[in-house]
Ligand binder design. Sequence first.
Ligand SMILES: [Fe+2]
Ligand SMILES: [Fe+2]
Length: 245
Amino acid sequence: MAKKAARKAKKKTVKRPVKRAAAKRAKKPATKRAAKKAPPKPRPTKASKTKVAARAAATRKDQPAPKPSALASAAKVATGFALLAMDEITKRLPWAKNENDPIELLKTDHRRFENLLKEGEATTERAKKGRREILKALTSELNVHEAIEEQVLYPALRPHAEAHDIVLESIEEHHVADTQIKELHDVATDDEKWGAKFSVLKESVEHHISEEENRMFPAARGVLPKEELLALGAKMRALKSELER
Ligand SMILES: [Fe+2]
Ligand SMILES: [Fe+2]
């Protein structure tokens, strides 16, 4: 009996390594086990896909934009130049302007005065007839110009604080130019004073034009609605035609 028991005990001892191997298999890393036993991932729903896409988009936004290539930059510059050129061409087309725009009407007059003043300043005492003609044109055209400004545009602008002071100054500058022109008519065209007086008149009118175009006209566009400006322009055109008859 004792021998039998000893054999049994020996058998049990031999089987022990098998148990250890099983235990070793049981002690494999948890991750491997989990990987094997992990349930299949749920399929992404429409909402989750949207979220993922939104996050990806947000991430892309945070990243700096790629630098444009030299060719793309050159194309952009060329497009800018083309647009500017188109704008200039459009401005020069007669049909592109609104004939009742009072600012355009007055600016056209201003360019005419600048030309007459340049011509007059270039004359000498020998150009008696030329001086008389230039002074005559300047006098009548300035009179009409001042009248349409003082009777139509200035009264519309004067109540606005932004234009009030420049309107008052402009009326005074008209008065100065009228006085200078009157004095020029009293001086003989071959008198040496004629050229000096004409140069002072030129400076005076050029200053006035600059004040109107750089201060008054931008203010007019700012304070008067387009419809009112066009209505004023129509009135000024009508008065100008009437005065020129
Ligand atoms: Fe003017
Ligand atoms: Fe004026």
